[in-house]
Design a protein. Structure first.
Length: 367
């Protein structure tokens, strides 16, 4: 090996030094990993966090759950992106875009429409981030209804009512209408670090179309570099946002978010009426109240009760303004709580909370 390096240095010095540089980067990147796991955004995957939130007996299962759910999105026409198709032990997403309700791929239902189907729409809480296939709201609802309905989970991370409305329209052009459609949303209407009327990836798609090939290459390389463990560690330790900075809520933007949410709900209601589909629209539980985390085991720095978190402030303000205008046909579960653990991180629901939400929905359906 040393002879190869010596010959390389003598005959191809540029190649030699470039190779040494790459080896050093790889080593630094590997060494940085344990330190990075102490940063908040990596803590979810370390054993101490999983044991605290899920229990010691579930350590390996939920470690795999979190690994299976940390994958990139795929392109989906009109809605811009969607959950990647995958076949994991505890996270199965079909080629049709719905998440399975079982931990057995052979028992997954594909959407087809018809009077025996219920379609559920929402963001990552509806999808079931942080829980197994059989611990989502959709899975529990299917079981509570004694499998009289196939409950199809069309939840997607970051989705909000505009994308959910478009997805519903897309599905109705492909399949027969279902018996019922259920929308579980609210948080993603307001918790946005991007423009209020765009998706989480709109800017990336726009840049990809508008930018030159050279700019795209620079952005790609910059993105890859920023994903390196030691670069992420440096950013976390030395370039972290100042927690003491003054946060300013744009009330005009919040009002625009509220109005857009109301309009989307109205359009969805019109579609369901025209297609003669039973509609249930739910304002989802949100951890914006003082007792939201009272029963949860999540570490303190994962709790979203932070007046210095802009998205927390947006959701808190947005819910307050929306509740002043909420339609009579929308079910308000914003303050719904249970005595068991409700959250497995800042915003995503525990298996126990998903079950209780499913119970609530089943009573609405059966009544």
């Amino acid at each position: 090996m040393l002879d190869i390096l010596r010959n390389l240095k003598k005959n191809y010095p540029l190649t030699f030094y470039f190779t040494i540089f790459i080896i050093i980067i790889i080593l630094i990147n590997k060494i940085s990993k344990p330190f990075l796991e102490q940063a908040k955004f990596e803590k979810r995957t370390v054993p101490d966090f999983i044991e605290k939130v899920y229990g010691k007996e579930n350590l390996e299962d939920y470690k795999k759950v979190l690994q299976e759910q940390g994958v990139p999105f795929r392109y989906e026409k009109f809605v811009e992106f969607a959950e990647q198709e995958r076949l994991g032990d505890f996270t199965i997403v079909t080629s049709m875009g719905n998440r399975c309700n079982k931990n057995d791929n052979s028992k997954c239902f594909l959407p087809d429409g018809g009077n025996d189907e219920i379609w559920i729409f929402g963001g990552s809480t509806a999808f079931g981030y942080g829980v197994k296939n059989n611990e989502t709201i959709s899975a529990y609802l299917e079981n509570i209804l004694n499998n009289e309905f196939k409950v199809i989970n069309f939840g997607n991370a970051f989705y909000w009512s505009t994308q959910e409305r478009i997805l519903l329209s897309n599905l109705l052009t492909k399949y027969e209408k279902p018996s019922k459609i259920i929308f579980i949303n609210g948080i993603n209407e307001f918790a946005k670090y991007y423009k209020y009327d765009e998706s989480a990836l709109s800017q990336s798609i726009r840049d990809n179309i508008n930018k030159s090939s050279r700019s795209k290459l620079i952005d790609y390389l910059n993105g890859r570099i920023n994903r390196l463990n030691f670069v992420r560690l440096i950013n976390e330790k030395f370039f972290k946002k100042d927690d003491n900075q003054q946060l300013l809520i744009n009330n005009e933007e919040i009002d625009q978010m509220v109005n857009l949410y109301l309009k989307n709900q109205k359009i969805i209601k019109g579609i369901s009426s025209e297609f003669n589909i039973d509609l249930i629209q739910i304002l989802q539980p949100a951890p914006i109240y003082e007792d939201s985390y009272s029963s949860s085991n999540i570490p303190e720095d994962f709790k979203w009760h932070n007046d210095k978190d802009l998205n927390y402030q947006k959701v808190k303000s947005g819910y307050k303004r929306y509740l002043n205008k909420i339609s009579d046909n929308v079910i308000d579960l914003s303050r719904f709580k249970i005595t068991e653990p409700m959250y497995i991180d800042g915003v995503h629901y525990s298996p126990q909370f998903n079950f209780k939400i499913a119970e609530k929905i089943s009573k609405i359906i059966l009544n």
